[in-house]
Design a protein. Structure first.
Length: 284
């Protein structure tokens, strides 16, 4: 397989930076990967990079890229919203379709799943959602409290690791972002008000996106960590707001970002199994 660094524009004229993973043979399918809200095309603990390489070895063409305002792409971080990211995702779909006629899938991780929901098109062959939160959720004190609790546990574990302090001294950890996470703030929910103001969603965005998602009939896979605090609420929301029932897999004991090689391996294996099933159903 080959990996190609690339730049392609979104509809706003910003350059988006990505990597195209090209299999040696004609691909079974193509896939666009969408990273989380404050992440990059690599994903947490390089998860999307490793997934792309593994899936490419199984003959899937993969595009992963940085949304505008994230990673190496152009754009203002503070102006990024689910709506701007929706436009970026659709630009990525168009770029991938220009490379191969293979059926196209979308894979989202964390808030990248919200972008997948907002960006579905009838021509997409399916959607894969890893740790999908409630779509375009408004700020909630109950949800913020759960987030604070989960983050406190996560960062407490990291404080027990001596390497954490070395990273802080080298400036490799954004302590301001950590403080915000500990307070339960930040994230996509703080940007989900519909106001037509810069950095907020345009009016009607949520309902328009949900209407398309509910009408989306292609197969979908959802994978959650069994220890992820968002899992119960999110599963209920998708059950009530999706036009088609998803295949759901729970990774026992796993957290939101599947930290831990065994949890990550299980996510990859479940996804490849589902892709095999998806392909067999298309060939019937």
């Amino acid at each position: 397989m080959a990996e190609h660094a690339l730049i392609f524009p979104n509809a706003r004229g910003e350059n988006l930076v990505g990597v195209f993973h090209e299999p040696l043979q004609t691909p079974r399918a193509a896939m666009v990967m969408l990273h989380g809200w404050s992440g990059t095309r690599c994903g947490p603990h390089q998860m999307l990079t490793r997934a792309a390489r593994l899936f490419c070895e199984h003959n899937y063409a993969i595009l992963r890229f940085d949304f505008a305002g994230r990673g190496d792409s152009d754009g203002d971080t503070e102006l990024a919203t689910l709506a701007t990211m929706q436009g970026d995702a659709r630009a990525a779909f168009a770029w991938m379709r220009a490379q191969t006629p293979a059926p196209l899938l979308v894979l989202g991780l964390c808030s990248g799943c919200e972008i997948a929901v907002a960006s579905v098109e009838d021509s997409l062959g399916g959607a894969i959602l890893w740790s999908a939160p409630v779509f375009a959720a408004l700020p909630s004190e109950e949800r913020a409290a759960k987030k604070r609790g989960a983050n406190l546990k996560k960062y407490a574990r990291k404080l027990l690791n001596p390497s954490t302090y070395a990273k802080i001294l080298r400036g490799q950890i954004d302590t301001q972002a950590v403080s915000k996470a500990m307070a339960g703030g930040g994230g996509a929910a703080s940007k989900n008000l519909e106001s037509n103001q810069p950095g907020q969603l345009p009016r009607g965005f949520r309902n328009a996106a949900l209407e398309k998602w509910r009408a989306f009939e292609a197969p979908r896979l959802q994978i959650y960590g069994g220890a992820d605090p968002i899992t119960p609420e999110a599963l209920g929301w998708y059950r009530d707001n999706s036009g088609r029932e998803a295949d759901v897999a729970l990774i026992e004991g796993a957290n939101h970002s599947f930290y831990g090689l065994d949890w990550e391996h299980q996510v990859f294996e479940r996804t490849l199994e589902w892709l095999g099933k998806w392909q067999r159903e298309r060939e019937k």
